[in-house]
Design a protein around this ligand. Sequence first.
Ligand code: TYD
Length: 142
Amino acid sequence: MSDNSDWNKCRLIKIKGFSDNNGGLSVVESDIDIPFITKRIYYLYDVKEKLSRGFHAHKELYQLYIPINGEFDVELDDGYSKKVFHLDDRNYGLFIKPITYRKLYNFSKGSICLVLASHLYDEEDYIRDYNEFLNVKKIKTL
Ligand code: TYD
């Protein structure tokens, strides 16, 4: 898959939904709706309204952030520019590719962020230091 194709770009992805009189149901299928196989699922909740989380990039990990309740902002930084996504619709997930520095903030009370991830947890995959992120980015794009 070319890194320049839209399929592999950080973006909002529409999530398939089925609603009827019984309620709603939404589904994300690996390798069909998102360009990775989900190996891990976790969720963020009870985040204090004034608190910011994230402040890291991943070396290999692909993720989809889904605001299954409430709303919050995600700032994505590719080392050249930053873009803020306001996540407030559970029918859209934010796809984040590797080597993207992210910050999550402005969590509304009771908000929940469901995360689908392409790999099992590995602290070695994290780049927490912003200058190290910029260096890794520079080397990757040489
Ligand atoms: P972290 O990814 O740093 O959270 P955030 O960037 O949202 O602030 O993870 C917080 C803590 O949880 C950290 O000590 C590692 C642990 N953790 C796991 O053990 N497994 C996981 O799958 C994740 C995502 C985190």
